[in-house]
Design a protein around this ligand. Sequence first.
Ligand code: IMP
Length: 213
Amino acid sequence: MSNLVRRLTGGKLVLASHNAGKLREIRDLVVPHGIEVVSAAELDLPEPEETGTTFAANAKLKALASATATGFPALSDDSGLSVDCLDGDPGIYSARWAGPDKDFSMAMRNVQEAMLAKGATEAAKRGGQFVSALCLAYPDGEAFVFEGIIRGEIVWPPRGTQGFGYDPIFLPENHDKTFGEMTPQEKHGPRPDGEPGLSHRARAFALFEKYAL
Ligand code: IMP
């Protein structure tokens, strides 16, 4: 990341996502900067196929598709859980591991079983990370990626009922609660020392805010 990022200077920003939660978070962040957010869903834009092999590549193809289709800058987000002993899986396939019914109990169980098959029984072998890649793309094809990472341990059994997805099996480093046991404020909110929030997405947002707004 550098100062070379092209800043947003008011006007419309298309959010290349059909997820209402992401839309709300981003709207809160950019509205004070005089930027109006419209979602890809509101504009009836199709969701492009995620054919990239990295979070950044998928974020980029989603943002570029929205920017070129609408003529406005666009912001996308691609995220997931990468487990060290599984060579980064489920990674960019995190949503797909939950199947068409979005069954994350099954997805978490499959992560645990794959880890046991690799002999990952002790904490030292159970490292992993959540990754969030945000991409800001302009209609002329320029694109900038902001990536946030939080490292931690994959625990079993799942703990906590807050959050979503793989939160109950992710214990962020230097903490004793899983993401599933944390309140949204604890997971995403700014730290008491003014540092950005703990989560991968909060960290990516902090970079986007610093360099692009
Ligand atoms: P996508 O970025 O919308 O394609 O979805 C990524 C998938 O990664 C989600 O469906 C979740 O399963 C998982 N994921 C991403 N961020 C988080 C998180 O903060 N907590 C739990 N699971 C997450």
